[in-house]
Design a protein around this ligand. Structure first.
Ligand code: SF4
Length: 227
């Protein structure tokens, strides 16, 4: 497996936010989202066997707990990643998989909690979501829309309604995009879309989604890696 980093931090997104979590960040991505904060994963990394990665996870969290497999796009290494996630599950870990929605999800074990992005137009990667992935979503899973403006919001709102998304999954997340090179202050001024404005739109539309802020960027300097 090509690995950019393995670390333990506080889960910053999803309904698991606030919980201690081991992150396994895989190298490489086939998309180029305009606001991507993980460009350092596009190249480099270190080759590790699944056994070595498992041992690293175990050293951070020997008694089970939460593990997130992320990237980059982890499903580009599907052949190794799927058995690796199954091994984590078999050992009693709760496994989250953060993925772009552009990769097929059908072979991901059902017990893995999939946190699936639907890319909106402002990302520059709109319409990359694979429609057949809707059938692979279940009531453990979460679908996330990262929003940078009103156009993105309307795209997300329409997608949620058209596919009755709130009934298919555990949570629909609306998350304001963060400025790519944000650093210094730990506040909402770095959001491309003001969370207050987003909250007001969501209330006005009675949208069945959860407003999600990236908690780790309010705890640590938003430029900090490995948190
Ligand atoms: S899918 Fe994720 S890692 Fe890839 S470019 Fe988009 S935000 Fe960055």
């Amino acid at each position: 497996m090509q690995i950019t980093e393995i670390f333990k931090s506080i889960q910053g997104e999803s309904t698991y936010s606030g919980m201690p979590c081991v992150f396994v960040r895989l190298t490489a991505c086939n998309l180029r989202c305009s606001w991507c904060d993980s460009e350092y994963t596009f190249t480099g990394g270190k080759k590790m066997s699944p056994e070595e990665v498992y041992e690293a996870v175990e050293s951070f969290s020997p008694n089970g707990g939460l593990v997130e497999v992320t990237g980059g796009e982890p499903l580009l290494q599907e052949k190794e990643v799927i058995p690796f996630m199954q091994r984590l599950l078999d050992s009693g870990y709760t496994v989250l998989l953060e993925t772009s929605g552009e990769r097929p999800l059908e072979r991901v074990p059902r017990a893995v909690v999939k946190i699936v992005d639907v890319k909106c137009p402002g990302s520059g990667e709109g319409d990359t979501f694979l429609p057949e992935n809707l059938e692979s979503l279940n009531s453990n899973d979460e679908v996330k829309f990262v929003l940078s403006d009103r156009t993105d919001y309307e795209y997300a709102r329409s997608f949620v309604r058209r596919h009755d998304l709130a009934r298919r999954v555990n949570a629909v997340l609306f998350s304001p995009a963060f400025r790519k090179h944000a650093s210094g202050t730990r506040d909402a001024s770095h959001c491309l879309l003001d969370p207050q404005e987003l909250a007001e739109w969501m209330l006005a539309d009675d949208i069945p989604a959860r407003l999600s802020l990236q908690m780790h960027k309010f705890i640590w300097d938003p430029a900090m890696k490995g948190v």
